[in-house]
Every structure is written in C-alpha cells, then in structure tokens.
Design a protein around this ligand. Structure first.
Ligand code: GLC
Length: 639
C-alpha cells in the first residue's frame, strides 16, 4: 500500500481526504513518537530536501525554519513569520534516492519544526493530538504528490475566463469608479476579463447587500459590464453585521446559526462592518443557509466570488475588549517603569486576533459541540465549501469562479486561493514564485498573489517584473490596498510594455489552460520545482528561482531591482525565448549549464524543453474571444 494511515486520539472528520484508508497500528513508519509530548520526529538525512506546506514563507526547500499551521490574519509576511492564512499540512522529504510524503490531518494548530530546534530533525507537533497521520510511499516526488492528491481528491477547475487578467483594488467605491477602470484598459486595448469588487460595494459592509446609491440598478450594471466583456467579482466576508432588520443577521440569530460562547450566547466580534457574528460554517444547516445567500448576487448575474476574512480575522471581541479596558484602567493607576510600559503596550497590542478569543467560541460540527481552536483551520475551508455546494445546488448550469484567503487541505476541491495581504516588495515577488510549488502539491492549482503587492506603494519596475511572472500563475490579479499608490496598469508610463505583457498572457492561455487541466485531471502539478523533473541532476536541488510550468516550459523570472538580466541554470539544452510581445521574440538554443541571460524590463524569459512545443494564440481583449484553432507553434525538436 502506498498510503499508510495512523490514528492518534479521536480525529475529526475534516473532509480533507476522499479516499478511505484502513488505519495501520503503531507508530508512523520512519518516525519516532514521544507520547508524553505528542511529538513525531524524523531524523533528516544530510541530503534530504523538504518540500510542501503550501502557503508559507521562505524557500521552496522548507528546511531550516519552523512553521505553524494556524490560519492567521497577518499582513506582515516577513521571513520570521511562522503562520500565514493557510494550513496545508502536506510535506515531501527526498534525498534523491529515497522519498516519502507526510500528511497531518489535524485542523487545530500543528507545528512543523524542520530543522529549527535541531538542524537534523524534522518534528511535527499537533497542539491537540487527535490526528490522522498519513505516510505516503513512492518512487519519485511527482509520484508521491500524485498519490497524495488521489487521497484528497481532484482540484477545483474555474471557468476558462478566470484565466484572464483581473484588476482589483480596495477603494472602487462606485459603479462610475469601475467604469473608469474598464475604460482605462479599453482605451489602451489592454486585455481584461474581471474587475473585482472589494468591500466598498456593500451597504455598510453587510454581506449580500449592494449599496443602492453607489451601485444603482446593480443587475443592469453587471449586464453592462458583461457586455463589455468584463465580469464583476465581489468579495464576501465571514462576519455578519449585527443590525436589527438585516435579514442575514435576523435569520442567523433566530435559527441559532452563529458561533456561540460557552454560555450559549452568540460571540460578538468586530470586523469591517463593526460588530459581527460568525456563521457556523461547520454546522451543516448553517452552511447550507449561508451558501444560499450567494443567490442574491448570482441572480443579479454575478459569476465569481472571493471569500475573505475567514481565518476568521478578529479586530476585537467584545469580551476581550472589556478585559483590555479593565487592564488599561489598572495601568493608569500605576507609575510605569520601562517593563511596565512594555507590558502595557502588549496589552493594547493584544486586541486583534487574540489567541484567547479563538478559544471563546464553539461550533456544532457533525452534531457535536467543538471548541473553535480545535478545528480553527477548517473555518475558511467550510465557508468556501458552503458557497461551492450552494452553486452546485442552485445554479448547476453555471461555472462559478471561487477563491478564498484562508484554507485547509481539502478546500482545493471547492475553490482556489490567493495568498493574502502581501506588500509591494521585491522579496514578496520572490516569495510568490517560491510559494507556487507548495500550493500545487497541496492541490491548490488555481492560486496566485496580489500582483504588484497589496500593502505599500509599488513601483513601475516592480510591477513590470511581477506581471511578467504573474503571466504564468493561474490566478492573475492585480490588487492593492486602500491608500496605497494606484497600480492599474494604464496609470504607468510604460503602457505599451504592460499591454504587450498582458497580451502575452492571453497568447499563452491555450497552453496554460491545457496544462492546468492536465494537472487537475491527473493529480499533477502545474508549477513544479526543477528538482521534480531533473532528480539525477544534483544542481537542481538548489534551484529556487526557476520553475517548470506545465510539461513544456521552464521560467526564470527576474525578481530583483535594477537588474537587466539574471543567471539561469539549464539542466539540459533548451530553446530560450525572450518575449517582448507575443509576436516579437528572440529565440536561441542554449546548451545545458549556467548562463547569464539578458532580460530588460519589458522582456519575459521562457525556456522550451526538448521535444516540446509551445502553442501561441493571437491575443484577444477577453479570454472567450481567443481563437483556439488559430495557433502558432514554437517547436524545440529533441537535439
Ligand atoms: C483584507 C483582504 C484584502 C482586502 C481588504 C478589504 O485585507 O485580504 O484583499 O482588500 O481586506 O476588504
């Protein structure tokens, strides 16, 4: 058997897996288990590489850091972070001759210490050890990934138009703002398929409402934009505003569908709308009820959504705020020395996303009362599942675009992910590149980052380089935060260059879509580390800034400021294509080995593998206008 399952305690039915596996007895093969601490450990061989964990900081090889699966609303994605928005608990260990995979199905907090405490030891420690621990055997990394993906089920495939380019920004307040964005792209003939609607479209940030003054006749507006070839993609947040008369609030309250505290009262937290209750997506009935609400928008012609703040993010809870105020009063009476001052600062800083708050509320999960922290990482997954199931129920004829910020393994069957609030930093472009293989391994094929960076002010050169990489990520969305520099592509100086880049994406869509579907159908990876394909080449162990995209291509993005080229390692001879536009490129066959290659700000490096061909379409302004029959083919015959 390729998959061995070991059961500890009483694991929850998380829905991560779809394949029934009979548990084996004893301790997971290759691991030691310290029952007193509940820690599994494996001594890493010198040459072991560790891949996986999906949306996490640092390199493709995860060795040398500690990661905690504990979905967190944290926009500061620096190298010292241990948790981001997602928990994707699959790892693959490979020394080049022997490899195995591990999947830890436990929806509470799980620590993966991959050589942080002891450089040679990989240890896995679930906070509550009610765990299904899987060990997956196989001959090759790709084979193990395939077996793991059979275990967790097929990946979500979005509608084909979702492979187009999307423009987003927090701050499009009116229909007029959105028309302006569409017009900005149209005037320059830059392809565009989606405009995202952030929280500004809602009435007082209430889910499933549309502000009637700023978006009058919403269904007409959706139709008008669609006639322009553009789909509007609204955001839905997890928290439901507490407001008398608001149907979602009133119904949820009356039916008992919100998460409750120990004393049976609904938890009061605050997010964008002010005070909110959290729907209990883990409760089957509540999930169906909330899912059905999306119909208000699908009925108005909406065909895609992004689910947000579903870790869930908590600005504060009423209970903890009271505690903080009480403590502040105490501090007010004291003469603060410097340590007292730091204590005070910590108290004030503890208001948002306070760990204790995640232990204050409960779910009704499979009919049982379960404290939130034990199943924390399922919340965003179940919100997204609730939406996806409702689409299957209510509009099965439509294909809906759906992705989420928080996720857990298993959610990949229902939607994609974006990687949350990154920043306009060069290091975050590299992070985007390095996150993609881990996301793919965990089944999250439809994924991508906020291109250009969400927080902070982007620059034109960063934007050019980020778009040049984003061309290859299935989710291709430019998004930025309120108050930051506006980064719609038509606002920059080098408008033609941006146009050519986006057109190149559209020319590549037949290839991208085909390779994406292949990965989804065969449980493969759309974006892979070089090592997975060139395991006999020791050099490929350390290639962390080049990726394989589908079966035919390798990419080598430029991700540093003021660079006019970069070093590239070729494990075998490849045809290098240096695109300035889909119909303007240099082509050169390079031998295996190291090369310094030029890549100006408007150029994209693509490497065609031997025996492969790259189909290119003539770009269109919208995906559905691409003529799949009229393809030019660039070929690199096996030398
Ligand atoms: C969160 C999301 C971000 C969005 C903002 C306002 O920070 O991650 O994408 O723009 O909320 O809704």
């Amino acid at each position: 058997m390729m998959i061995k399952k070991y059961v500890f305690g009483n694991p929850y039915e998380t829905g991560a897996t779809v394949l029934p596996v009979e548990p084996a007895g004893g301790i997971p093969e290759r691991f030691r288990f310290a029952a007193e601490t509940g820690t599994f450990s494996y001594t890493m061989k010198e040459k072991d590489l560790v891949f996986g964990l999906g949306e996490t900081v640092r390199g493709i090889n995860k060795r040398g850091w500690i990661y905690v699966s504990n979905n967190a609303d944290d926009p500061e994605h620096n190298e010292n972070r241990i948790s981001l928005y997602a928990s994707q608990n699959f790892l693959l260990v490979d020394d080049g001759t022997e490899c195995f995979g591990v999947f830890v199905d436990n929806p509470g907090s799980v620590t993966f210490d991959i050589g942080y405490t002891d450089p040679d030891v990989l240890s896995i420690h679930p906070e509550y050890n009610d765990t299904s621990f899987y060990v997956i055997e196989g001959e090759t990394p790709a084979g193990i990934v395939g077996t793991f993906r059979e275990l967790i089920g097929k990946s979500y495939v979005p509608p084909v138009w979702a492979f187009g380019y999307g423009q987003s920004r927090w701050g499009y307040k009116t229909a007029e703002d959105i028309r302006e964005v569409a017009a900005g792209y149209k005037a320059l003939g830059i392809p565009l398929d989606m405009i995202y609607m952030d929280i500004d479209y809602m009435q007082d940030f209430k889910d499933f409402t549309v502000n009637p003054e700023r978006f009058p006749e919403f269904a007409d507006f959706v139709r008008e934009m669609k006639a322009e070839g553009i789909r509007l993609i609204p955001i839905i947040d997890a928290g439901v505003k507490m407001e008398t008369g608001y149907d979602v609030y009133e119904e949820g309250k009356a039916k008992g569908y919100f998460c409750k505290k120990e004393n049976g009262e609904d938890l009061v937290a605050a997010v964008w709308p002010g005070k909110v209750h959290f729907p209990d997506f883990l409760n089957r009935e509540a999930s169906d009820w909330f899912g059905d609400k999306y119909q208000v928008l699908t009925d108005a012609g909406i065909e895609g959504f992004w689910n947000d703040m579903n870790e869930p993010a908590i600005f504060y809870t009423e209970d903890h705020l009271k505690e903080v105020f009480a403590q502040i009063k105490e501090f007010e009476q004291k003469e603060l020395d410097i340590w007292g001052f730091f204590e005070f600062k910590d108290v004030v800083g503890s208001i948002a996303n306070h760990p204790e708050d995640y232990r204050r509320f409960y779910h009704k999960f499979h009919g049982q009362k379960v404290r939130h922290d034990r199943v924390h990482n399922l919340y965003g997954f179940y919100m997204t599942k609730s939406a996806a199931e409702s689409f299957a129920r209510n509009c099965p004829e439509k294909k809906i675009l759906l992705f989420s910020r928080a996720s857990y393994t298993g959610m990949h069957r229902y939607g994609g992910v974006w990687t949350g609030d990154n920043c306009s930093r060069w290091s975050h472009l590299l992070m985007n590149i390095q996150m993609m293989p881990g996301l793919n391994m965990n089944g999250f094929l439809y994924s991508g980052a906020d291109i250009g960076g969400f927080g902070g002010n982007t620059t034109e050169d960063l934007m050019l380089r980020w778009v040049a990489f984003g061309i290859f990520t299935p989710l291709f969305r430019n998004h930025s935060a309120l108050g930051t520099r506006e980064q719609e592509l038509y606002r920059f100086e080098r408008k033609e260059d941006f146009k050519h880049l986006i057109e190149l994406r559209y020319a590549l869509i037949p290839y991208i879509y085909r390779e994406f579907l292949k990965a989804a159908e065969t449980n493969g990876m759309y974006m892979m580390p070089l090592w997975f394909a060139y395991r006999e080449d020791e050099r490929c162990r350390e290639v962390e800034d080049q990726l394989l995209v589908g079966d035919a291509l390798m990419i080598a993005p430029v991700y540093e400021q003021n660079k006019t080229g970069r070093y590239v390692y070729l494990p075998e001879s490849m045809r290098m294509l240096r695109f300035r536009a889909y119909n303007d490129y240099d082509s050169e066959v390079l031998p295996a080995g190291d090369h310094y290659v030029k890549a100006a700000l408007n150029e994209v490096l693509v490497f065609l593998r031997p025996g492969c061909e790259l189909p290119l379409a003539t770009p269109a302004r919208h995906v559905e206008q691409i003529d799949e029959k009229q393809l030019t083919r660039i070929i690199f015959a096996k030398p």
